[in-house]
Write a protein that binds this ligand. Structure first.
Ligand code: SIN
Length: 438
């Protein structure tokens, strides 16, 4: 006998960042969709994204955008997914504009900024809070859809599997486990930043999708490809998330200086190159940061273009309109993840993975700046288009008791983080146990 509430739905989506929300919004409206998120809907890495969303300016820019993405990715990228990302970028930005995303404008058109390793200005943005504005726009739209239900403060613990088919999952809300039977499950639960001591990510993002994949023998890819952002704000004795200083600040001209007041790297080289140059300076000088200066720009412009960074620095006693600020690298993004094909299908039937949880191979070994929100958008739409044609062919499983799983739940939950850390350590020579929050 079951003594808990159970659910049946067409599509179950884990995670409410850009990939989960955009997927839900591109699914057929005759589906019942259940979205689950660990804490509040807004506790996603999307919400923290500052810089913007890359897009090809027009058809002529697509080859150059592809070239920039491949070069930044060390040519380790999956070329087909890069072609899709760049070719389909513009139409998705147009969809977001139609849905009311208030992208910044300039002289009647969109305002484009630049970040590392882009050959031209091709990043659209909402000042320096692009992720938050995007997330609010998508949340508003999702909430207006009667067929989409969202459970907050609900932890997804595992998928349910029958004959290599995902048939739903198991979650915990207010300490009570429950089962969700679904025709399709979409893992959109973000990356792994919360496992690191030094990260720009939300602490809730702890590789849950990766843990589930390890447990269930779902194929993973490129687990050693972990990106460090060069410029997180340096604060002494900080034990929580590092505040990001967007690369778009460097895109708009901010300069890096070492402890001798000298420039030491071209600020708009790919992220991995700039981060390595900063680490080298830190090692040589023994000072745990370098300085980033934007104060030569007019005060009004800084406050209007980078209001979030200005305010957050001010709270910490730093005025970016008047002085250089200390920065150092921090874990930022996971290029690896659950291996998926061009429609975001994993190696398990009826299970999809999108956003940072997935590895489409699009980023190679180093993601090009502002390609993450874009990937979440383009490939979650691909997943939705595939699900839209597949769901009618899938027969839903029956609700039944899963006593063993319910029984082992506490143990599974406890081990999820360690499972991922162990696998990351096994697959990468560069990481050591002390990097992680065990
Ligand atoms: C940033 O604003 O520097 C981060 C953007 C990104 O991660 O691509």
């Amino acid at each position: 006998m079951q003594n808990h509430m159970d659910y049946k739905t067409d599509v179950l989506i884990i995670g409410t960042g850009v990939a989960g929300l955009y997927c839900a919004l591109n699914l057929r409206e005759d589906f019942q969709i259940l979205m689950i998120t660990k804490e509040s809907m807004r506790d996603s890495n999307t919400y923290l994204a500052q810089g913007g969303i890359s897009t090809a300016l027009n058809k002529e820019d697509i080859p150059c955008f592809i070239k920039d993405t491949l070069k930044a990715g060390g040519y380790k990228n999956n070329i087909s997914s890069v072609q899709i990302l760049c070719t389909e970028s513009r139409e998705n930005i147009n969809t977001l504009l139609d849905w009311g995303l208030p992208l910044d404008k300039k002289q009647g058109g969109l305002a484009y900024t630049r970040e590392g390793a882009h050959s031209i200005n091709r990043i659209v943005h909402c000042s320096d809070s692009t992720g938050k504005t995007l997330e609010e726009c998508l949340i508003k739209k999702v909430q207006s859809h009667k067929n989409i239900t969202i459970f907050e403060n609900t932890e997804f613990v595992d998928i349910l599997v029958e004959d290599n088919c995902c048939i739903g999952g198991i979650a915990i809300k207010e300490g009570k486990p429950f089962i969700i039977i679904a025709k399709v499950v979409v893992l959109a639960c973000g990356g792994i930043g919360g496992l690191f001591k030094n990260t720009t990510n939300q602490s809730t993002v702890t590789g849950d999708g990766i843990a589930i994949a390890i447990k269930n023998n779902i194929k993973l890819k490129d687990l050693s490809y972990i990106q460090f952002h060069p410029t997180a704000l340096y604060e002494e004795n900080i034990n929580s998330r590092r505040f990001l200083i967007s690369e778009s600040l460097r895109g708009e001209g901010a300069k890096l200086y070492n402890s001798k007041g000298q420039r030491f790297v071209k600020e708009l080289l790919p992220r991995n190159v700039v981060a390595k140059a900063i680490y080298k300076e830190i090692r040589t000088s023994g000072i745990p940061y370098v300085m980033l200066d934007f104060s030569f720009q007019p005060e009004d412009y800084i406050k209007q273009r980078f209001p979030l960074i200005y305010e957050e620095c001010k709270k910490r006693g730093l005025d970016i309109t008047k002085e250089a600020i200390p920065v150092s690298p921090a874990q930022h993004y996971f290029m690896g993840g659950i291996e998926v094909d061009l429609f975001s299908r994993t190696s398990m039937n009826n299970l999809y993975a999108v956003g940072e949880t997935a590895c489409t191979g699009v980023h190679g070994n180093n993601r090009l700046a502002s390609n993450s929100l874009l990937e979440g958008i383009v490939f979650s739409k691909k997943a939705a288009s595939d699900i839209n044609t597949q769901v009618d062919l899938i027969k839903a499983s029956c609700l039944k008791d899963f006593p063993d799983i319910i029984h082992d739940l506490k143990e599974i939950q406890k081990n999820m983080k360690n499972l991922v850390i162990k696998e990351l350590l096994r697959r990468s020579k560069e990481f050591h146990a002390e990097f992680f929050n065990h």
